[in-house]
Design a protein around this ligand. Structure first.
Ligand code: NI
Length: 505
């Protein structure tokens, strides 16, 4: 019932949107291969020179580094937090650079062989934030073939004393860490045993017991008191404690990872006084999100003559954000009175809620680009569904509505995944390869090759791409195009769910 109402509203809204004129303009042939190959950017910039947060900006933003956009070739997508604290930024940048370096060496092993490739992905969630403490939880996914292997790493900072916290900093002494690990060994063994009992993979009870006995040394080793075993020991916004044991850490790979909730009565016994005091003080800050302002689909700022409704349209689309560069891009679009479409990642939208809110309020379209940019040709149907739903829910919570378009990461999918989307699927026909060419002039020139009804791909995670946009807008306007959202590009055209559109034709 609720969905029907939303649908009706969308239909009514579409009627009032202006269509795009069919008038011919001079078209330039698109040739993506014309660009000479240049070295890929694989070093993270010195962020203190590159970025500063203004007072009006969100405290924690997302820096995203990307290498490659071809699902058949090696590719990487890495995100880490950028904050008001230089010591955090420096740590996270170095942490991420090591993952990028590892990717580079794996990718080099594959050479030009396109049958398989390295596929690395890193994202983070904010688990706890207060004036005293901040906790990020990273998920790193690596694939050198068909499956992703996930690992989890907590990244925690003491803001009062300006330092990073690792597992050993929680404990009074090495002995109390040992005692804690003994308790964890028991809880881990219980969790593994339970999964084993539930498994149908055994012919009889004896076989099950044999496997169990073989697993015990692995449980001992995987729960021993050291930093590596407890690199995912953390607490969340409710001050609940968890430890995640990665796949293979305490059991066979088939059993996956184990997330264990640690009772307060257990962890409380071992925390050192200094940390315990800080922890007691730490109060999760209430999230201050302004109430949803009504969406502004068309602001009558320019006169009809200026808009030239007979002009043919092109659509600018920005993927993989929101990021540290998105608010600058929004400033540019507002100055130029241009509306675009943002294909956001759920993981990044959850961190930069204010930015997502602003995208919606300023009349841009929002598309769903998955939760964390996995290759949909590779993940299971269940995981694909989770990625779409999670991003829908995050967007709905922040903006009040779900994204009405979907774009597959890397444009990669299998036919069974198409049917999950339940909305039009958007491709592109202009790709400036902006992840590769970090040169605003070059990116602007490529994006400006768009012809009527083009869908232009770009990424608001690159500084150079955002810097290219004023020139792109000038060029497209000079060629007589109107720059529109996807809603406007498709207005008056029949667009079907679960079908791929790479232009507005
Ligand atoms: Ni993408």
């Amino acid at each position: 019932m609720k969905n029907n109402k939303i649908l009706l509203l969308v239909v009514v809204a579409s009627i009032f949107l202006m269509g795009c004129g069919g008038r011919q303009t001079k078209e330039t042939a698109v040739d993506n291969n014309a660009m000479a190959d240049t070295a890929e950017v694989t070093r993270l910039a010195d962020l203190t020179e590159e970025l500063t947060l203004n007072d009006s900006d969100e405290d924690i933003q997302v820096f995203t580094m990307k290498i490659g956009n071809d699902p058949e070739r090696s590719h990487l997508s890495v995100s880490f937090p950028f904050t008001k604290y230089a010591f955090i930024n420096e740590y996270e940048r170095d942490f991420s650079q090591r993952f990028i370096d590892e990717f580079k060496s794996e990718a080099a092993n594959f050479g030009s062989d396109a049958t398989s490739a390295a596929d690395f992905n890193q994202h983070f969630e904010i688990k706890h934030r207060s004036d005293e403490l901040v906790v990020f939880l990273y998920t790193r996914s690596k694939s050198l073939g068909n499956n992703y292997d996930d690992s989890f790493i907590a990244s925690m900072f003491d803001l009062k004393n300006g330092k990073r916290i690792s597992a050993t900093d929680f404990f009074e002494s090495p002995e109390s860490f040992e005692a804690f690990a003994t308790d964890m060994r028991e809880m881990a063994a219980k969790a593994v045993r339970q999964k084993l009992n539930e498994s149908d993979d055994f012919a009889n009870q004896q076989e099950r017991e044999t496997v169990w006995m073989e697993m015990l040394p692995g449980i001992d080793e995987g729960t021993a008191a050291n930093e590596e075993n407890y690199d995912a020991l953390f607490f969340d916004e409710n001050k609940e404690w968890y430890v995640i044991f990665d796949k293979y850490q305490i059991a066979s790979g088939a059993m996956g990872s184990f997330t264990i909730k640690i009772p307060q009565s257990v962890i409380g016994k071992y925390l050192n006084r200094k940390f315990a005091a800080l922890f007691a003080q730490s109060k999760q800050a209430d999230e201050v999100l302004a109430p949803v302002a009504p969406a502004a689909p068309s602001r009558p700022q320019s006169s009809p003559a200026e808009q030239d409704l007979q002009a043919p349209c092109v659509a600018l689309t920005f993927d993989d954000g929101p990021s540290v560069y998105t608010s600058r891009l929004l400033d540019i679009l507002r100055e130029e009175n241009v509306k675009a479409t943002f294909f956001v990642l759920g993981k990044s939208a959850a961190v930069q809620k204010q930015t997502l809110r602003r995208i919606a309020e300023e009349g841009h379209n929002i598309g769903n680009h998955s939760y964390d940019h996995k290759n949909f040709a590779k993940i299971s149907l269940d995981e694909a569904r989770r990625q779409i739903t999670l991003t829908d829910d995050i967007t709905q919570e922040i903006t009040g509505s779900k994204p009405t378009y979907f774009r597959f990461p890397y444009g990669a999918f299998t036919n069974d995944k198409l049917m999950l989307v339940n909305r039009p699927i958007i491709g592109w026909n202009i790709d400036p390869l902006d992840w590769k060419y970090r040169d605003a002039e070059k990116v602007a020139a490529e994006m400006s090759k768009a012809s009527a009804n083009a869908i232009i791909l770009a990424h608001d995670i690159h500084k150079t791409t955002v810097e290219a946009i004023p020139q792109v807008i000038r060029n497209l306007k000079a060629k007589g195009y109107r720059i529109v959202t996807l809603d406007e590009l498709f207005a008056g055209k029949s667009v079907q769910n679960n079908k791929v559109y790479s232009s507005g034709k």
